[in-house]
Design a protein around this ligand. Structure first.
Ligand code: HEM
Length: 414
C-alpha cells in the first residue's frame, strides 16, 4: 500500500511544519530548512498521520537518526524503507529491506564485490570519464550541468560497476532512469506503472544475459564477476538475487551521486572563493566531498518500523508505528555542526548522515561514491576553474530525493 502524502489532522504549527517536510511540492521552491529547524528545536520526535498507513514519527535530530539506525532489533527494515508499505519476500537478498541475521549473511556476500581493491580499480576509468566530460563542456561553453556532468558521471560509473559493455550503455541508462525514478513524484520523471514494469523486465533479462555471458566466457575482474564468485557458508547469490541486486545498484548509484554533484556545483558557484580553493589545491577536494554530501543529502529520509514499544525523547512510540529518519535535518543539526547552515568545504567532518546514521545498513556504495565525487571535482575545477551557474536551478518535486533537474551553467573563457 502506498502512503498517500496527505498529512491528516494538521492542528499545531509543528504539524504544519512536518506536513511541509513530507510534501513533495515544498521542495520545488527549495528544502524547508526553517521548518526543519523549528522541528529540531520544539518537536524533534513528531507524529504524522499519512492517509492509509500506520502513524509515522518524524525524527529530525542527528542523535536520534544514529540511535535508530544502529538498533535493528527495535527498528526493523523488513516492512519497507520508504512511504510504501511492503514486506520482504522470504528469499530476498535486497539489503535495504532485510534485517540481521539474514542481512549479515547477504551483506557479507555482496561485500566481496565491493572490496576497497575492486572500488579503487575503477579510478582510472572514472578519471577518463571525468576528462571526457570536461572536454565536452569546454567545447560547449554553455551547458546544463545535470545531464552533461552529474548524470553522465553517475551513469557511466554504475555501468562500469555492473560490467555493462559500451555498446549496451544507452539501454541500461534508459532503464535505470525509469526505475531510479521510482518514488519520485515529479511529473517530468514519474514513469507510468507499465513503463516501470517494462523497464524492470528488460533489465532483468539483460542482467541474465550478462551473467550467462560471464559464466560461459569466464569471469573478469569487475564487480559483477566478483558477485558471481562470492560465496558465504557454501551459498552463492542465485539468479533472482543477482537480478534484484543489479536493480538495486541501478537505483542506489544513480540519483544519489548525480544530485550530490549538482548541488555541489551550485553551492561552489555561489561561493567562488571556495571553488577557487578546489581549483588550486587538490588536497582540499577530499574534505570538500564530505561537505558536499552533508550539504546536499541526496536521500532525504528512510523509514523503519517499530517492533516493540519504545520511548524516544520522552515520546512513547508503540510497536507497529513508523519512524522517519530525516537525514537532511540531521545534517543541519546545530548541536553537531557549528554554523550548520553555512557551506564550508574546509569544515572538519563531524560525521554527516548522508550515507545513513551508521549501523548495518550504512551505504554499501559510500567508498565508491566518495571516490567518484572526488575524481569528478578534481578534474572539473582544475580544468574549468571559472565554471558558473547562470540561471536558477530547476528543483525536483520530491520529498524523498533531494534533487536538481536542470542547472544552466557556462564557462567564462579567459
Ligand atoms: C552520494 C551518493 C550516495 C548516497 C548519499 C547514498 C545514501 C544511502 C543511504 C542514506 C542509505 C541507507 C543507509 C541506512 O539505511 O542506514 C544507502 C544504502 C545503500 N546504498 Fe547508498 N548512497 C549513495 C551512493 C551509492 C552507490 C554509488 C551505491 C552502489 C553502487 C549505493 C548502494 C547502496 C546500497 C546497496 C545500500 C543498502 C545497504 C544495506 O542496506 O545494507 N549507494 N545509501
Amino acid at each position: 500500500m502506498v502512503g498517500s502524502l496527505v498529512v491528516e489532522n494538521q492542528q499545531s504549527s509543528a504539524d504544519r511544519d512536518a506536513a511541509a517536510v513530507l510534501d513533495p511540492d515544498t521542495f520545488v521552491a527549495g528544502a524547508p530548512f526553517d521548518a526543519l529547524a523549528r522541528l529540531r528545536a520544539d518537536a524533534p520526535v513528531h507524529p504524522v498521520q499519512l492517509a492509509g498507513v500506520p502513524r509515522a514519527w518524524l525524527l529530525t535530530k542527528h542523535a536520534d537518526v544514529r540511535l535508530v539506525s544502529r538498533d535493528t532489533d527495535t527498528f526493523t527494515s523488513s516492512k519497507g524503507n520508504t512511504l510504501v508499505e511492503v514486506e520482504a519476500g522470504p528469499d530476498s537478498a535486497l539489503l535495504p529491506g532485510i534485517d540481521p541475521p539474514r542481512h549479515v549473511h547477504y551483506r557479507k556476500l555482496i561485500n566481496q564485490g565491493f572490496t576497497v581493491r575492486n572500488v579503487q580499480r575503477l579510478e582510472p576509468r572514472m578519471r577518463q570519464v571525468a576528462r571526457d566530460i570536461v572536454a565536452d563542456i569546454t567545447a560547449k561553453g554553455e551547458f546544463d550541468a545535470v545531464p552533461d556532468i552529474s548524470a553522465e558521471m553517475s551513469l557511466q560509473v554504475i555501468a562500469d560497476v555492473l560490467g555493462v559493455p559500451r555498446e549496451d550503455r544507452m539501454e541500461v541508462f534508459r532503464w535505470s532512469n525509469a526505475i531510479g525514478s521510482l518514488g519520485i513524484e515529479d511529473p517530468d520523471y514519474a514513469p507510468s506503472p507499465e513503463a516501470l514494469g517494462k523497464a524492470a523486465a528488460e533489465m532483468f533479462s539483460y542482467c541474465n544475459e550478462l551473467v550467462a555471458h560471464r559464466r560461459k566466457h569466464g569471469l573478469t575482474d569487475d564487480i559483477l564477476s566478483a558477485l558471481l564468485a562470492a560465496e558465504v557458508d557454501g551459498e552463492k547469490l542465485n539468479g533472482d538475487q543477482l537480478n534484484e541486486f543489479f536493480l538495486l545498484l541501478a537505483i542506489a548509484g544513480n540519483e544519489t551521486t548525480r544530485n550530490t554533484l549538482s548541488h555541489g556545483i551550485l553551492a561552489l558557484s555561489e561561493h567562488p572563493e571556495q571553488q577557487a580553493l578546489l581549483a588550486r589545491d587538490r588536497e582540499a577536494v577530499k574534505p570538500a566531498v564530505e561537505e558536499l554530501l552533508r550539504w546536499s543529502t541526496p536521500v532525504l529520509h528512510f523509514r523503519r518500523t517499530v517492533t516493540r514499544d519504545v520511548e524516544i525523547r520522552g515520546r512513547e512510540i508503540p510497536a507497529g508505528d513508523w519512524v522517519l529518519l530525516h537525514y537532511l535535518s540531521a545534517n543541519r543539526d546545530e548541536e553537531v555542526f557549528g554554523r550548520a547552515d553555512e557551506f564550508d568545504v574546509t569544515r572538519p567532518d563531524a560525521g554527516h548522515a548522508a550515507f545513513g546514521g551508521g549501523g548495518v545498513h550504512f551505504c554499501l556504495g559510500a567508498q565508491l561514491a566518495r571516490l567518484e565525487l572526488r575524481v569528478m571535482l578534481e578534474e572539473l575545477y582544475a580544468n574549468v576553474p571559472d565554471l558558473r551557474v547562470i540561471g536558477p536551478p530547476d528543483r525536483l518535486r520530491s520529498s524523498f530525493f533531494h534533487g536538481i533537474k536542470r542547472l544552466p551553467c557556462s564557462i567564462t573563457r579567459g
